[in-house]
Design a protein around this ligand. Structure first.
Ligand code: XMP
Length: 510
């Protein structure tokens, strides 16, 4: 990787967004906690200091070591970063008289500043702070103000050090990406070479060297990450990649056969394993949500283990882990403690398997995984698929699971999802699905009284599944889908639409 930017994180909710914006400029970057920076900084061509929930005046304020950075490399401080540079290099930060949250407009943009090239007065920026820079640091020149914040941007003379109080990474800062581009490309002189094609070429070459003639096993889930990971590995080692696609009996209607065919069409060395009966037997009588999850996870490991044993001499386990799963995060509630989220797509394998792990997507954000997939020619339908949970319909059938209930929910889900596709709504929704509720209610069909099941439809918009809001689907659409479900799915006489946001509700009902 030729280009490389370091983002030092102080715990801001926006740090990952900075990284995504930098990557969108085709510049590679990594996020590191301010208190655990890389030892060798020589490969970094620029450094960005993130925002933070802390005040620089607080006792527990994060203090980075900038001795090898400030004045030595192009440096950009954002929000907390800007305040830190002011407070510690001869300026002053104090409580602001007016707290600025949300939209603001620039009232001053100093002319002739390469950093603000293409940014105009009145340009909208996004603020989120209660402290303000009362006095600029030594050698600083003010380059931007808003109506309420005089020192909204400054530069330190004789250095490539820049600082802005607003957040360029947030879409509401309309020229934010331009500012990042000015800083990274025009000022730091970084080449924009981090492209999906370049990633594929380097990754495949590296995988070839790393894996040689070794065999790799990979569990495909039908989702974007495992599919893109498999495609990269396949390009590198061909038939030595052994993919396993397990039917846990809780997939969507026809999903096992359709997706398996798709994988075979892509030339992958894939084995479809229909373990539906084994999963349903193990789940028999279990109605507790956590209990069901545990059973599904355990049976998956057992099935995967049995299948892996059939691949002789396998040395590696391929996984579709992506960058947000491995970023070391700074705790937002303070303290220098860094926690690392570890991620096992296959739910943790038995130690005795002793496989080494290979994770070709570990450096990518989800949107980059899709772009890499597209550059390798994967079908847009596959890359645009909604997320689907590992335990599948098992956590959408409330209460105990039977084959009859699975079939019923598969039909309902099929009508809903197909309906979204036909109405051109599928790509506008982040995730959608149906839940089979453990209640019967009274209805009337023809002259008959019915006493049948109720299903809930859920469609949400989200960016990462951490927070979500329900989608305002057109009434006409809901009306048609509801009619279709009640007319076509035997055993269902009532359809409701879930209008809860996350938080406090979750996306899945179990
Ligand atoms: P919740 O229900 O926690 O879901 O709001 C957030 C996102 O995670 C998915 N999800 C899972 N995915 N294994 C998975 O692979 C799981 O056990 C699991 N549980 C929830 C859910 O579909 C949503 O996209």
């Amino acid at each position: 990787m030729q280009n490389n930017v370091l983002i030092l994180d102080f715990g801001s909710q926006y740090t990952q967004l900075i990284a995504r914006r930098v990557r969108e400029l085709n510049i590679y970057c990594i996020i590191k906690p301010y208190n655990n920076p890389p030892e060798d900084l020589s490969s970094f061509q620029a450094v960005i200091l993130s925002g933070s929930p802390h005040s620089v005046r607080g006792e527990d304020a994060p203090h980075p070591d900038l001795s090898q950075i400030k004045g030595k490399k192009p440096l950009l401080g954002v929000c907390y970063g800007a305040q830190y540079l002011a407070q510690h290099f001869g300026g002053e930060v104090g409580q602001s008289n007016t707290r600025e949250y949300g939209r603001a407009n620039l009232s001053l943009v100093k002319e002739g500043e390469a950093f603000l090239n293409g940014v105009s007065v009145n340009s909208q920026v996004w603020m989120s702070h209660s402290d303000t820079i009362k006095q600029l640091p030594t050698g600083a020149v003010r380059i931007a103000s808003t109506h309420d914040v005089e020192n909204a941007g400054y530069r330190i003379e004789g250095e490539d050090t820049y600082a802005i109080q607003f957040h360029p990474e947030v879409y509401h800062s309309t020229d934010g990406k331009k500012i990042l581009e000015n800083f990274l490309v025009n000022i730091a002189g970084i080449a924009q070479t981090w492209t999906p094609d370049a990633f594929v070429d380097t990754t495949v070459a590296n995988l070839k060297t790393k894996l040689g003639d070794d065999r790799v096993i990979l569990g495909l889930s039908g989702g974007v990450d495992s599919t893109v990971a498999a495609t990269l590995l396949h390009k590198a080692i061909g038939e030595n990649l052994h993919c396993i696609f397990v039917n846990n009996g809780l997939l969507r209607k026809n999903e096992f056969t359709d997706v398996l065919k798709q994988y075979e069409g892509m030339g992958l060395n894939v084995k479809g394993v229909d373990a539906s009966a084994r999963f349903l037997k193990a789940l028999d009588g279990e109605s507790d949500p956590e209990g069901k999850r545990k059973i599904i996870g355990k049976v998956f490991v057992d099935v995967f283990d049995d299948e892996s044993k059939l691949v002789e001499n396998a040395k590696w386990l391929g996984q579709g882990t992506i960058y947000p799963d491995v970023i070391e995060s700074v705790s937002a509630t303070g303290g220098p403690s860094a926690t690392i989220k570890s991620h096992h797509n296959v739910g943790g394998l038995p130690d005795y398997m002793q496989l080494k792990v290979v994770e070709p997507l570990k450096a990518l954000f989800k949107d980059e995984v899709r772009r890499v997939g597209a550059s390798m020619g994967l079908a847009p339908e596959l890359l645009g698929r909604h997320p689907f949970p590992g335990p599948g319909l098992g956590i959408r059938i409330l209460g105990d699971i039977t084959e009859e209930k699975v079939t019923m929910l598969q039909e309902v889900d099929h009508i809903f999802i197909n309906g979204l596709r036909e109405a051109g709504l599928y790509d506008k929704v982040w995730q959608a699905g149906a839940m089979l509720l453990p209640v019967n209610s009274v209805g009337v069909m023809g002259d008959e009284r019915t006493y049948e099941k109720c299903v809930a439809l859920r469609a949400v918009e989200s960016t990462d599944g951490m927070t979500a809001d329900w989608v305002n689907l057109p009434y006409e659409f809901l009306q048609k889908v509801s009619n279709d479900i009640i007319n076509k799915v035997k055993g269902v006489n009532r359809v409701v639409y879930d209008i809860s946001s996350k938080p406090p509700a979750t996306i899945e009902w179990e």
